[in-house]
Ligand binder design. Structure first.
Ligand code: HCA
Ligand code: CU
Length: 390
């Protein structure tokens, strides 16, 4: 399994550019490329230079940055596209062709035999032109393609000995983790080539499918920041990171600059005109917010009780919400200590009941709690004084 040895192909600048709200300027693309490189993404996949003149200029500009990340571009299975792409100086080509009946009929109109002939011609041509480039071949809509056709294509391509990597694409998000596991393990067993997984999220399995691919031996996973892409997108970078963190925290912390994730998610959200979802993996507004009294008590004693991810690994902080009717006295006590107000446990329990009663009547916030605590503290001191005076 390759959970401890994998690479991310960050496709915000290709699949992400296919997101409804994405219209990146060259300056934005350079900023995205630099940020992803800084984060530690091993590969950046860019839109095909054939798609527009500006896109061609953008590929050249990103290549010109001389980043540590290797630059790939994504092209159709055409000699012409390949030549245009190679001319930009990219380090690798991701070649794709549709293999499902629907795509064969309504997209390029080719039979499986014609696909094989074309792939053989184009891939061999690319290898002749660029002996050292990283070359990948992928079947679009793999999971709605006939399984026997798919295997025939992959095996023939593998036998040609010109590609470094095979791509499996769940183009419309139909695959389950089990299906992904099966095809990826089969390809790894039969070909020994690197295997990449690209998964859309139409039915909510994109992260689980990417993880299953890695468990099955996949070497490369496609992501985009926030998961942006066609329709509701693909495996989100942050979501994949969260999933992988669960099995190998040390590796993730050393391989990637995790504290940059918050910045990345918010930068892309702003560029494409969406908000970072409140429930987003790691960077959502409530990702590290604890509320119920039972949770707050345990988290205040030891955060691991209710946290599987340490926010500090991502440069973030947890929040314990205490201003609500589910609050508990341990949380109120902790707040009193923060304010340097001292009460007995019985007094804190009494104040907690007052907080709950208040929250039952209307929405309260921390200022209400602080006011109540200060008020009770000052009446305590005046009662003490009274006692002294008496
Ligand atoms: C698309 C193509 C693609 C390609 C994936 C790949 C897909 O539909 O725009 O090259 O592996 O989802 O099939 O993004
Ligand atoms: Cu896609």
């Amino acid at each position: 399994m390759s959970l401890d040895h994998f690479a991310i192909i960050e496709s915000t600048l290709r699949e992400g550019e296919q997101f409804a709200g994405a219209n990146f300027t060259q300056a934005q693309k350079l900023q995205i490329a630099e940020s992803l490189d800084d984060f530690g993404a091993e590969f950046l996949e860019l839109s095909s230079p054939v798609s527009s003149e500006q896109n061609e200029a953008d590929v050249r500009a990103v290549v010109g940055l001389g980043l540590k990340a290797r630059i790939l571009t994504h092209i159709r299975c055409h000699r012409e596209d390949a030549l245009r792409a190679l001319d930009t100086g990219v380090h690798g080509l991701d070649v794709v062709i549709g293999t499902s009946a629907a795509l064969r009929q309504y997209s390029h109109g080719k039979s499986i035999d014609q696909i094989l002939d074309l792939a053989e011609d184009v891939l061999t041509f690319i290898r002749e032109q660029a002996p050292h480039i990283v070359l990948r071949f992928s079947t679009e809509d793999s999971f709605r393609s006939n399984e026997a056709d798919l295997l025939r294509i992959y095996l023939r391509i593998a036998q040609m000995g010109v590609v470094n990597r095979l791509g499996v694409a769940d183009t419309v998000g139909v695959a389950s983790p089990n299906q992904v596991h099966q095809i990826v393990s089969l390809l790894r067993r039969l070909t020994h080539l690197d295997v990449e997984f690209h998964g859309h999220n139409d039915s909510g399995c994109a992260i689980a499918n990417a993880f299953a691919a890695l468990e099955a031996g996949a070497t490369h996973i496609d992501t985009t920041v926030l998961g942006i892409g066609e329709r509701n997108g693909i495996t989100p970078l942050g979501g994949l990171i969260a999933r992988l963190y669960m099995v190998n925290r040390e590796l993730l912390v050393s391989k990637y600059k995790l504290p940059l994730l918050y910045e990345l998610d918010h930068m892309i959200a702003e560029m494409v005109g969406v908000a970072v979802p409140f429930n987003n993996y790691i960077t959502g507004a409530t990702a590290f917010t604890h509320k119920a009294g039972i949770h707050a008590k345990a988290v205040l004693a030891n955060p691991e009780t209710y946290e599987s991810i340490d926010p500090e690994d991502f440069g973030l902080h947890r929040e314990v919400k205490i201003a609500h009717r589910l609050t508990g006295w341990n949380a109120i006590k902790a707040r009193a200590e923060e304010l340097e107000l001292s009460f007995s446990d019985d007094q804190i329990k009494q104040i907690t009941q007052e907080v709950k009663a208040m929250a039952d009547k209307h929405v309260i916030d921390m200022a209400d709690i602080d006011e109540l605590l200060r008020d009770r503290a000052s009446s305590e001191t005046s009662e003490d004084r009274d006692v002294v005076v008496q």
